[in-house]
Design a protein around this ligand. Structure first.
Ligand code: TA6
Length: 281
């Protein structure tokens, strides 16, 4: 079942209920902010102080970072992570699939706000399939007459029992850029987190496993050679107005990305897709 819902302040979202899972996706940012498979914990973390307001990014779920990840290379004063997560997208199709999953497609096209920030013609199609697994696919269609460069991320916040219980596999032996140290380093074994972490792993495995006690969450990625791992830890959480002070204890971001040197050039008339299939035991 697919329902159009609206908060008292007019904030619109889509609610999906089927035999496999429930999900909620805001039209602003095509922002998936809730996914919970039947008889499982909520997969995605959502701040207790998240904004659900026009032009404010929702703290949690899966923000879409496009057409740049992080600060814009040319002008750092531009909005962090681009404009896609603050634009209102259109729900262009819904399908109840034969296996009981629900597929939804959202679309974003340029407007005067996007052109003021990034003057290209494009069509973004975000394909969300809510089933026993969660499949997210962001396709960029270059409808311009010239090529353009993008960096992007499906900036997924995962709900964990306690960050102390977490181990992340699939990063072993990969080189990462440490945004805090502003230096490259190498990951030698599975990653556990006991301080602020803000890293872009290059050429990690296309299969990343998040272990949280006896929970096992698997990300199978396509179209990405960079995975972002972020936990703000205590001090930074306390500076964020839309994050509860202890929020860092129950979340970790594993972001399927094309970030930093993993940028992509999309030629005129071509399409580039970034995809992640998330499954849990
Ligand atoms: O997740 C990587 C990152 O770039 C971090 O540096 C941190 O800024 C995070 O994104 C959240 O960004 P936001 O603009 O949503 O506060």
């Amino acid at each position: 079942m697919i329902e159009h819902k609206e908060l008292e302040n007019g904030f619109q979202y889509i609610e999906v209920n089927n035999h496999h899972a429930t999900a909620k996706i805001a039209l602003q940012g095509a922002h998936l902010f809730h996914y919970q498979a039947i008889n499982k914990e909520p997969l995605l973390w959502l701040s207790k102080k998240a904004y659900f307001e026009k032009e404010k990014a929702i703290r949690g779920g899966v923000p879409i970072c496009f057409p740049w990840f992080g600060k814009d290379n040319t002008d750092p004063s531009l909005p962090q992570h681009g404009f896609a997560r603050k634009q209102v997208w259109k729900l262009i199709s819904t399908h109840e699939l034969a296996d009981g999953s629900t597929n939804l497609q959202f679309m974003l096209t340029p407007n005067k706000e996007t052109r003021a920030l990034w003057d290209y013609s494009f069509v973004l199609i975000y394909d969300v399939t809510v089933g026993k697994k969660l499949t997210l696919k962001l396709s960029t269609i270059n409808t311009d007459t010239q090529a353009f460069e993008i960096t992007q991320a499906l900036h997924s916040y995962f709900n964990v029992s306690d960050i102390k219980n977490v181990s992340i596999e699939g990063l072993e032996n990969s080189i990462y850029y440490d945004s805090l140290e502003q230096a490259l380093a190498k990951q030698h074994k599975a990653l556990s987190i006991s301080e602020e972490v803000d890293r872009v792993y290059f050429d990690a495995s296309s299969k990343i496993t998040l272990l949280d006690g006896d929970r096992k969450i698997e990300l199978n990625q396509e179209g990405s050679n960079s995975l972002v791992v972020w936990n703000p830890w205590k001090e930074k959480s306390e500076t964020m107005t839309d994050m509860n002070d202890d929020g860092y204890k129950t979340m970790v971001c594993l972001e399927t990305a094309n970030a930093l040197k993993d940028f992509r050039i999309v030629k005129a008339g071509e399409t580039y897709s970034l995809k992640v299939i998330i499954s849990q035991n």
